[in-house]
Design a binder for this molecule. Structure first.
Ligand SMILES: [Fe+2]
Length: 260
């Protein structure tokens, strides 16, 4: 366990708010996800999934972080953490790579898709539930309280169903070339490792972002306050929209609960 993970464990262990948030993250799983980690999907199915991911949150994630930063009061610790995250997402400067939306498109080119496949065509490709989830990201990131925006982007969007295990140190992400060679797009779908800089960048910096996310929130939202209740209620609503979004994508991919 790294020092970073250890300090996050200490911070979250005594927090009722952390437990309530982890109970939301425990449910950030979708029946169609396992299909994406094994062979068998067609190019058309992959495109439906990745086009949604790109247009719903990957392309504009740095801008959503910028909106969040723009509403944080003069709290240096929070502004610094958000600025570092934003800098990496929009430039790749910390991981010495490139903007993460650009790295995503390079990964898509590695799969054989063209950049034009990911053009914004007025949401014509998006399921209505995907638009509803994206609308929530755009609204919450720009509206007070800023703690909601931090929780939404840095814990819910950047975090995963593995959040609890990651904080406990029982789930450790693969890093470097191990993360790349194990990645389903490389292992099953022919994406060359050279196109996987996004995975390398995330493996390099994500641990720090997870720690910062929890610290920003737990240092500035106290247990048992209306603010804490508001964060949890917002995350529950987000999870509901996210689930409908993933249901919509699965429907367009032709995946059913039984079939998946
Ligand atoms: Fe990223």
């Amino acid at each position: 366990m790294s020092d970073a993970t250890q300090s996050a464990t200490v911070t979250t262990a005594s927090s009722a708010l952390a437990e309530r948030i982890l109970a939301v993250m425990d449910r950030k799983h979708h029946f169609a996800y396992p299909a994406l980690t094994r062979p068998g999907l067609s190019r058309a199915q992959l495109l439906v999934h990745f086009r949604h991911e790109y247009l719903v949150y990957v392309r504009d994630f740095p801008v959503l972080l910028a909106r969040t930063l723009g509403q944080v009061p003069p709290l240096s610790d929070v502004r610094v953490s958000l600025a570092e995250n934003l800098y990496e997402e929009q430039t790749g400067g910390l991981s010495k790579s490139a903007p993460h939306p650009e790295l995503f498109l390079r990964m898509m080119e590695g799969l054989g898709f063209s950049r034009g496949d990911f053009d914004d065509d007025g949401d014509a490709h998006l399921h209505p539930a995907a638009i509803a989830y994206r609308d929530m990201l755009r609204a919450v990131s720009a509206e007070p309280p800023w703690q909601n925006a931090v929780a939404l982007l840095t814990i819910f969007v950047e975090g995963s169903v593995n959040e609890r295990a990651e904080l406990a140190g029982t789930f450790v992400r693969a890093t470097g070339e191990a993360a790349v060679s194990k990645h389903p797009l490389v292992a099953h779908y022919g994406c060359p490792p050279s196109a996987m800089s996004l995975t390398r960048a995330h493996a390099a910096i994500e641990g720090g972002h997870r720690r910062d996310a929890w610290r920003m929130l737990l240092d500035h939202v106290h247990d048992g306050t209306p603010l804490a209740d508001g964060v949890v209620a917002m995350l529950e609503e987000t999870l509901a929209r996210w689930t409908r979004y993933r249901d919509g994508v699965a429907e367009r991919m032709g995946l059913t609960r039984d079939g998946a």
